[in-house]
Design a protein around this ligand. Structure first.
Ligand SMILES: [Zn+2]
Length: 505
């Protein structure tokens, strides 16, 4: 469908469509001198600092991230924002945890089997465990239902239950672990013939991702499970595992097999990681108790195999856009044109670890979520994706119509002052990329706060070592940042706050 143009409107004078058109055509022209102060050169200067090698890829919980936080704070101070994290602070601190495996071995007949090679499990879902010599019983697939019981005639009490290889969903697996627990098992060994494939994950198997202290593992009350190779199973049972598996018929009796281990050690340590969101606020005038958020994540993925991943586009581009917008709004403020609503400029960390900083903020909001009008979130706006190589004058707009019918008309009116092609492709709920769920705005959307996610799409250097500042299209970065600025201006200054009248996926 084509957009209704001004000419179509003029030709159709007097129609309802035209009246609506006239209403939505109000672009925030008063913002223009300030929007124009967001320049390619200014953004470039900041981005060469934020995405420099000495920021070490800004990984959450590292010195590079702390350095970036310091730089952003300095910029917020310089342009004249007020500390936005409460109590005169610029940073909202939060603590994350990571578990690292320190010792994990299974000994059978004097031979030591190793974690990552002969067996593995998920560090998040399993507890420290130490077993001396312990009996092992084979219990087939370990199913217990109203009509079937794999444990018939098997005493699993105080033993390790060894289960045959099966492709299980998370729910089914949990059911079998629970059944083993009910039978008194101390641990469960599940055969997995894909150990060589899994071991390629290398050291990543030996640590968890970052998590909050109050994030419970879903397996908390279930015995430890270890996925073991068929070779380890054979060693334990004293005969080839394959011969036992062959005897396993659906619904039939479980072939008798048992053995023991000499011992098992499974120990992990927990480390504490400190991180923060950086916030500056420009207090509004007559509607200062309503808040408009402009966000980007300042963390990236750090140093991998000795290579700094600079994250110039992801999300250095959003970070410097937030800084430049703060400066432009402060220029307007100094000229007596400050926003009616308060504007909070927030750069979060932990995004690359699972939207952790924005989750922390929305779980511990500094400004009431009920008075938070909107979040305009910028994540990657400095590059051109392969689909737009021929015509690079675009930005993807995601989520603008999900919660409020006001936001798209405002965004499109703002864009008349910028002239980008607004590409809604990824706003389609059926798009397999599911970008709507993949950046920080989503944490706000979950609280029914209307959002827009600005995005340039993925490209060959996405999460690669070549996402560097020299690859950025600075004129496009400036244009996209100006679009966000005009939109924020209108949302912060319009008489009515955005209504929340939609509920789209
Ligand atoms: Zn990323």
């Amino acid at each position: 469908m084509k957009k209704l143009t001004l000419m179509a409107c003029l030709l159709a004078t007097g129609t309802a469509a035209c009246a609506q058109m006239a209403d939505t055509r109000k672009a925030p022209v008063a913002a223009t001198p300030y929007a124009k102060s967001i320049t390619a050169a200014g953004l470039k200067k900041h981005l060469y600092i934020i995405a420099a090698d000495d920021m070490q890829g800004r990984e959450t919980g590292t010195a590079g991230q702390y350095k970036a936080a310091k730089y952003i704070t300095e910029q917020f101070k310089r342009v004249g924002l007020q500390p936005g994290a409460g109590n005169g602070e610029w940073e909202q601190p939060f603590v994350l945890y990571m578990d690292t495996l320190t010792n994990a071995t299974i000994t059978v007949s004097g031979k030591t089997f190793e974690f990552g090679k002969d067996f593995y499990n998920s560090l998040r879902d399993n507890k420290n465990q130490e077993l001396a010599q312990t009996g092992v019983v084979f219990a087939g697939y370990g199913t217990v239902t109203d009509t079937a019981d794999s444990y018939k005639g098997i005493d699993a009490n105080d033993k390790i239950v060894l289960l045959a290889e099966a492709r299980l969903g998370a729910g089914e697996q949990k059911d079998r672990l629970r059944a083993a627990a009910n039978k008194g098992a101390r641990a469960v060994f599940m055969v997995n013939s894909n150990l060589p494939g899994i071991s390629r994950a290398g050291s990543r198997l030996r640590r968890t991702g970052l998590y909050f202290g109050d994030m419970m593992s879903t397996m908390e009350f279930i015995p430890n499970v270890y996925f073991i190779s068929p070779e380890l199973a054979s060693a334990i049972l004293g005969k080839p595992y394959s011969s036992i598996a062959e005897g396993l018929k659906a619904g039939g009796p479980v072939p008798a097999a048992a053995g023991k281990i000499d011992g098992l050690a499974y120990q992990k340590g927990q480390s504490e990681i400190k991180s923060s969101n950086v916030l500056g606020i420009l207090p509004g005038t007559d509607k200062k108790d309503e808040y408009v958020f402009v966000t980007a994540h300042y963390d990236h993925i750090g140093v991998i195999n000795g290579e700094v991943h600079n994250g110039a586009d992801d999300d250095g581009s959003g970070t410097v856009a937030v800084i430049a917008m703060a400066e432009a709004f402060m220029k307007a403020k100094k000229a007596g044109k400050g926003p009616r609503r308060s504007i909070v400029f927030m750069t979060v960390s932990g995004e690359e670890k699972g939207l952790l900083g924005s989750k922390y903020y929305t779980d511990h909001p500094i400004y009431p979520l009920a008075n938070t009008v909107s979040d305009l979130n910028i994540d990657m706006i400095g590059r051109i994706d392969p689909e737009h190589e021929k015509d690079s004058n675009y930005v993807y707009i995601i989520g603008d119509n999900k919660l409020s019918s006001d936001l798209r008309p405002i965004s499109e009116a703002a864009n008349r002052l910028v002239g980008l092609d607004l590409d809604y492709k990824y706003n389609d709920p059926n798009d397999p990329n599911r970008f709507y769920y993949r950046s920080d705005h989503y944490m706000f959307a979950q609280h029914r706060i209307p959002i827009i996610f600005y995005f340039n799409g993925v490209h060959a250097d996405y999460h690669g070592a070549n996402d560097t500042p020299d690859k950025i299209s600075y004129p496009m970065l400036a244009k996209r940042a100006q679009l966000v600025f005009y939109t924020a201006w209108e949302v912060a200054n319009r008489p009515d706050r955005l209504k929340v009248d939609r509920n789209e996926k």
